[in-house]
Design a protein. Structure first.
Length: 184
């Protein structure tokens, strides 16, 4: 169900684009993201930092797109989001010696520190990849192609999350298992 909640703003955005163009789609994306954020808050009674940042960026870049009637703003929003996340995770890990991924997820996953550090580096790489590929498509392809990429590009996070799950699975303990975890 969570995947559907995460995916529905993009679906609505693509449908609105196909029916009414980029500016109507931008307004729909803004409204859908607000609704999505409300649903997530209603379910979890809190919002993750990424959800807050995403909402702010969608609203800010959406307003700029609509007010200035310039589609480049909405097309570059994902690049800004992904690059920002990469910079924050990398700076926290390698400059401030804090692992934000571990801080956010340690209550849900018990992993060795070395695995958390590798996992964070993998996330930095993933975010840079996504920022780069969105920037490339936004800069060199038509808006139609970019919108299609937004829909079909969802395969990248799916592959990434499955790969990440396979990577960390060997480090997870079974409930009630007190044996040592495989070393990283």
């Amino acid at each position: 169900m969570r995947f559907l909640i995460d995916f529905f703003p993009i679906l609505l955005f693509v449908a609105a684009y196909k029916l009414h163009g980029i500016y109507a789609a931008t307004a729909v994306l803004m409204a859908a993201t607000l609704v999505q954020t409300g649903i997530i808050y209603a379910i979890d009674r809190r919002l993750q930092t990424l959800q807050k940042v995403t909402l702010v960026l969608v609203i800010v870049f959406g307003v700029l797109t609509l007010v200035l009637q310039d589609e480049r703003f909405i097309k570059w929003k994902p690049t800004v989001l992904y690059a920002s996340m990469a910079i924050v995770l990398a700076a926290a890990l390698w400059i401030w010696k804090k692992n934000f991924l571990q801080i956010l997820l340690a209550s849900q996953l018990s992993l060795p520190d070395a695995v958390w550090a590798r996992l964070t580096a993998i996330w930095v790489g993933y975010f840079l990849f996504m920022a780069g590929i969105n920037a490339y498509v936004a800069a060199y392809y038509t808006t139609e192609a970019w919108v299609n990429f937004k829909l079909w590009g969802y395969i990248f996070p799916v592959i990434f999350l499955v790969g990440q799950g396979l990577y960390i699975a060997k480090y997870l303990k079974e409930p009630g298992d007190s044996s040592s975890v495989e070393k990283p």
